[in-house]
Design a protein around this ligand. Structure first.
Ligand code: MN
Length: 247
């Protein structure tokens, strides 16, 4: 099983979550919301080679943590994975929009300077602006849009720009999310939990809850669960191969 976007450090007992992921032999991209959280979060997974820790600066924190960009630049050479980054156009974060744009642009430029990174990107109510930034800075690396919720036209644009997609149980619950996932290229879709932020029935999603996302994908793709799981695993191999050759 694969969870390409989860916040292990924000779960109640991160050590226990890591232990269970190791036990289940899961492949995990453990994203962080601030550069200052990266070292501690990476240290949780030192003995877990299937867990990689991404360096991030979440758009919802861009306003108050913009000063951590210097630390971002300093840590960037130490990881091939960057996230959670992006833009959030929700009303409650409009006040920080200028900072968000400055931070996201800085991060993309920094990634381009070091040869590109695998990027896990948030784009809630900001799909068009995120795509504009990716189009402007084409050397930032390999973009994965996490929980994409734009329009079908924006989805087409994202596909054209070479974006990948991580999709989870919460997204696949709703009709809109399911329709978007159905329209995504099957060879660019990977599962995620986005726990503990993403919840179902008020329970934070755990990395192994991606199992239900695989079931939903199987349903959308009209195949059995084993076949859908194989496709998601093949996609991860292809993503890693691309990240090694292209960036
Ligand atoms: Mn997230």
């Amino acid at each position: 099983m694969i969870d390409l976007h989860c916040h292990i450090d924000l779960h109640k007992n991160p050590g226990a979550v890591v232990a269970e992921c190791v036990e289940r032999r899961m492949y995990i991209l453990s994203v962080t919301n601030t550069p200052s959280a990266w070292e501690g979060t990476a240290s949780l997974a030192v003995d877990a080679p299937r867990i990689r820790t991404a360096l991030g600066l979440h758009p919802q924190l861009a306003g108050e943590r913009r000063s951590e960009l210097a630390l971002f630049d300093k840590l960037l050479p130490r990881t091939r994975y960057v996230g959670e980054i992006g833009l959030d156009g929700s009303p409650e974060f409009r006040g920080s929009w200028d900072s968000q744009l400055a931070v996201f642009t800085h991060v993309l430029d920094a990634c381009a300077r070091v040869g590109g990174r695998v990027l896990s990107i948030h784009s809630r109510r900001a799909s068009a602006a995120v795509l504009d930034c990716l189009k402007t800075q084409t050397r930032a690396g390999l973009p994965i849009l996490h929980w994409f919720s734009g329009t079908t036209r924006e989805l087409d644009r994202a596909i054209e720009l070479g974006c990948w997609f991580s999709v989870g149980p919460a997204m696949l619950c709703g009709d809109k999310g399911r329709a978007l996932v159905a329209a995504m290229p099957r060879d660019r879709v990977i599962t995620e939990s986005d726990g503990p932020f993403a919840q179902i029935a008020r329970a934070p999603l755990m990395p192994w809850d991606v199992e239900s996302a695989v079931r939903q994908l199987a349903d959308l793709w009209s195949m059995n669960v084993v076949e859908a799981g194989n496709i998601v695993h093949a996609n991860l191999r292809s993503l890693i191969a691309r990240s090694l050759t292209e960036i």
